[in-house]
Ligand binder design. Structure first.
Ligand SMILES: Nc1ncnc2c1ncn2[C@@H]1O[C@H](COP(=O)(O)OP(=O)(O)OP(=O)(O)O)[C@@H](O)[C@H]1O
Length: 302
């Protein structure tokens, strides 16, 4: 029998595009299931971490991060190492984690997670001392995240990223990013260090990678010209990036995105700083509620 629970919902009102109606529907589903809901709205960047950190395991059975991947990242950073389970309500723009765990954008299924989801224990990787669930990257994609106009995003939604991407493409040629993967130096036009198979929404960049892995996957894309970037974009749309002839895919325990100094770095869809940055495997765990553990944890081969 499913026991009713006390669920804290941490909601980012600026995530996604006109998501208020979807939030209402999500809360209705939760209450219909008999849960006691504590709704907390964020007031600004970083707030979700503070709200999550303040929640007490004795008074809350699960936390729902209601927003996009940036909100989920912030909530996770308040819960890592504390054992309070995290569920998600996909109310963001790209919602990569929702696709990664096989939830998609369905709110009724999301409302089922706090009571019926499978709790998997994962070890989020760290970018310097900040945990991330999905990825860290540097290159044209991080520069798009850095330059997207948040006011425009509120007015035209995802299209604001298209505008920023066109501006980036118009620049034409990029400096190489210097990366050190487990002690070996590389250069690339675009570097993605990922703990997830999905990237930029429902697209697959690293088919073999799972959130539960004890390593990160590094995808290095060599090209630094406009034509290469367009090729990568098309390959991403058909989930064929990892097979490209100028893609190098590595498993790693530690990665340093070394430079150029000041190069923007994005993590889980938000700008988190600039190179240099060190990526390591975390030691603390997060309990993530998912529809199906098989999507997150690799089966043990016989
Ligand atoms: N009340 C707030 N006002 C302004 N910014 C906020 C507020 N609460 C959170 N934020 C910031 O909003 C940013 C975007 O949130 P989030 O990533 O969840 O949405 P998104 O970008 O639409 O979705 P996705 O990452 O899935 O594409 C985060 O960086 C977060 O720090």
């Amino acid at each position: 029998m499913v026991r009713n629970r006390r669920i804290a919902v941490i909601y980012n009102p600026v995530a996604g595009f006109r998501q208020r109606g979807r939030l209402k529907r999500f809360l209705k589903h939760l209450r219909r299931l008999g849960h006691e809901v504590l709704l907390r709205r964020t007031e600004g960047p970083g707030d979700a971490t503070l709200i999550a950190r303040d929640l007490d395991a004795d008074t809350v059975d699960a936390v729902v991060a209601a927003g996009g991947d940036g909100t989920i990242n912030e909530v996770a950073n308040g819960l890592i190492g504390r054992g309070i389970p995290l569920a998600i309500a996909p109310l963001g723009t790209a919602n990569v984690l929702a696709f990664e765990i096989g939830l998609g954008l369905n709110l009724r299924r999301a409302a089922d997670l706090p009571a019926q989801g499978v709790a998997v224990e994962i070890r989020p990787a760290l970018a310097d001392d900040r945990g991330f669930l999905l990825m860290v990257s540097a290159g044209p994609d991080a520069r798009v995240v850095a330059s997207v106009n948040s006011r425009l995003k509120r007015v035209i939604g995802k299209t604001a990223y298209v505008v920023a991407a066109l501006r980036e493409i118009a620049r034409g040629r990029w400096q190489p990013i210097r990366v050190v993967v487990d002690g070996t130096p590389y250069e690339a036009g675009l570097v993605v260090v990922t703990h997830a198979s999905h990237y930029a929404g429902p697209f697959v960049i690293a088919p073999e990678t799972r959130l539960g892995d004890d390593s990160v996957t590094v995808v290095l894309l060599e090209g630094r010209k406009r034509r290469a970037l367009l090729r990568y974009g098309l390959a991403l749309l058909t989930s064929r990036v990892a097979g490209l002839r100028d893609a190098t895919v590595l498993q790693a325990q530690s990665v340093r995105i070394d430079g150029p100094a000041g190069e923007p770095i994005q993590s889980d869809g938000d700008l988190i700083g600039a190179a240099p940055i060190d990526i390591t495997l975390g030691t603390k765990t997060l309990h993530l509620l998912v529809p199906d553990a098989g999507r997150v944890i690799r089966p043990v081969s016989a």
